[in-house]
Design a protein around this ligand. Structure first.
Ligand code: ATP
Ligand code: MG
Length: 457
């Protein structure tokens, strides 16, 4: 491993070997982009990108026999599955013309590093690191890293016109790194936000998810809300939407951002907070005393969220999680065993735990008056949940001490009525009115055909 020089990060052994192998064959090679940025920040790199003068064919030949994947040949990228990898090896290139605002019209491979750094989006992403030649930083990326600034390489207006996704990438990087967006870059991003509609939903989704999961998502979204609203116009009416209720002291948008700060950085949870109150503006009703009500906002909101998430091509599993959480976000389960068992039965353990996180975050964005009581209710529900699981209390059909088989053996007829009988039995057990013991359950179910046989619930 090369020792750090001038405070430069050391490159891992696998990267050093890769660079050495390319250079022995006469092709200059560097670590480039995000891994250099993260190394200088002392953060772990997400992936290792190597830039080289070698063409993709030359890279493939050189590593023939190793595991070589032609992941992005038109862009000059080959993925090498070597020890410590994967490594993305990309030929130095220049991007010519962007007539559609999303892809270069053509890519030209070039033998030098500099034009390759010049086509990159931000100064902090336009640095290269070499074990002997050190840091190559033609655009002042290291100074911007120290100042905490996201700044376009070159003229922001042109760079965003070439590829509008860079607008969202600027916000994503600011949210992940806790950086500010430099003034010219910020102005151009806001002015050109509309052009994001030309970018494919899949690329937008990728960056939006990372933006939302950034440690600094809330302040970035507060500053750049109009950019988010080009992707999700449904949220625009939440800005300045007052909530004249004792529960709230903030408008819906400011409340939404506050809840984002208080939820773990998981995509489904962050998306839920972003969208949980999107239905409120359409559902507002002000009564004779001037108090606002938002009845039905969870249902209305989940229909809107459904459209948003489909439009952005979120996978079904994420969409379903988010919709379930929005549907239940305003449902206040009392901290009592029967009610918590019913919630557990309805949602299952993982979703109920998610819901408690969502409800805590929601409360954290509400009026501080009354906050302690609201949080105590959530703590109570959670304590009951732990009790149910620890004591293995019955909360689903499978937990009942008798099942369909035993009922049939006792003479009950198979069929839908049997299922209804089991559900009614479960209901009684969860309510604490019936012990979960075979004899008691069979006695409660009654003799088939006898006076005790019960109809469904
Ligand atoms: P991370 O390490 O978190 O993945 P990253 O900066 O490496 O962040 P990638 O999407 O992996 O992001 O891109 C790798 C590099 O490619 C960037 O650092 C940047 O130099 C360049 N790049 C990526 N997307 C663009 C773009 N749309 N326009 C210009 N350069 C880009
Ligand atoms: Mg990367």
């Amino acid at each position: 491993m090369s020792g750090p020089q001038n405070g430069l990060p050391a490159l891992p052994q696998g990267v050093l070997e890769l660079i050495a192998r390319l250079e022995r064959a006469g092709h200059p090679a560097y670590a480039v982009g995000g891994c250099v940025r993260d190394g200088l920040l002392g953060r772990p790199a997400r992936d290792w990108d190597i830039g080289t003068a070698a063409t993709p064919a030359q890279v493939s030949d050189l590593f023939d026999g190793d595991r070589v994947l032609p992941t992005g040949l038109p862009h000059g990228t080959v993925t090498l599955l070597l020890e410590g990898g994967p490594y993305e090896v990309t030929t130095f290139r220049m991007d010519g013309g962007y007539s559609d605002g999303r892809h270069p019209d053509r890519v030209t491979f070039v033998p030098e590093l500099l034009p390759d750094l010049a086509r990159r989006d931000f100064t902090v992403n336009a640095m290269a690191l070499h074990p002997e030649r050190g840091l190559i930083d033609p655009f002042g990326g290291r100074a911007d890293l120290a100042a905490g600034l996201i700044r376009c390489v070159g003229e922001p207006r042109d760079r965003f016109a070439e590829d509008a996704l860079r607008i969202l990438r600027a916000l994503r990087l600011a949210a992940e790194l806790g950086f500010a967006v430099e003034d010219h870059t910020a102005k151009a991003a806001l002015a050109q936000a509309e052009s994001l509609c030309r970018v494919s939903p899949e690329r937008l989704r990728e960056e939006l998810t990372r933006l939302l999961c950034g440690d600094h998502a809330a302040p970035v979204l507060a500053r750049f809300a109009p950019i988010l609203f080009t992707l999700i116009p449904e949220l625009a009416p939440t800005v300045m939407q007052r909530q004249n209720t004792p529960h709230h002291h903030l408008d819906v948008w400011t409340h939404t951002l506050e809840t984002l700060r208080n939820i773990p950085a998981e995509p489904a949870l962050r998306l839920t907070m972003l969208l949980h109150d999107v239905g409120k503006p359409a559902c507002r009703f002000t009564d004779a005393e001037g108090r606002d009500h938002f009845r039905g906002h969870a249902e209305a909101g989940l229909r809107m969220a459904d459209r948003v998430l489909r439009r952005l091509r979120y996978e079904n599993d994420t969409r379903e999680q988010v919709l379930r959480l929005i549907r239940h976000h305003d449902l206040h389960t009392p901290p009592e065993l029967p009610a918590v068992r019913r919630m557990l039965n309805r949602l299952g353990e993982p979703a109920l735990r998610q819901l408690l996180l969502v409800q805590r975050a929601d409360i954290m964005g509400k009026n501080p008056v009354g906050l302690a009581d609201k949080l105590a209710r959530i703590d109570g529900v959670e304590a009951r949940l732990e009790q149910i699981l620890a004591e293995r209390l019955c909360w689903r059909r499978a937990d009942l001490a008798v099942g369909g088989r035993e009922l049939i053996a006792a003479g009950h007829r198979p069929g839908p009525a049997l299922g209804a009988l089991l559900d009614a039995m479960l209901h009684e057990v969860m309510a604490g009115r019936l012990p979960n013991e075979p004899q008691a359950l069979l006695a409660w179910a009654g003799r088939p055909g006898g006076p005790l046989e019960r109809p469904g619930p």
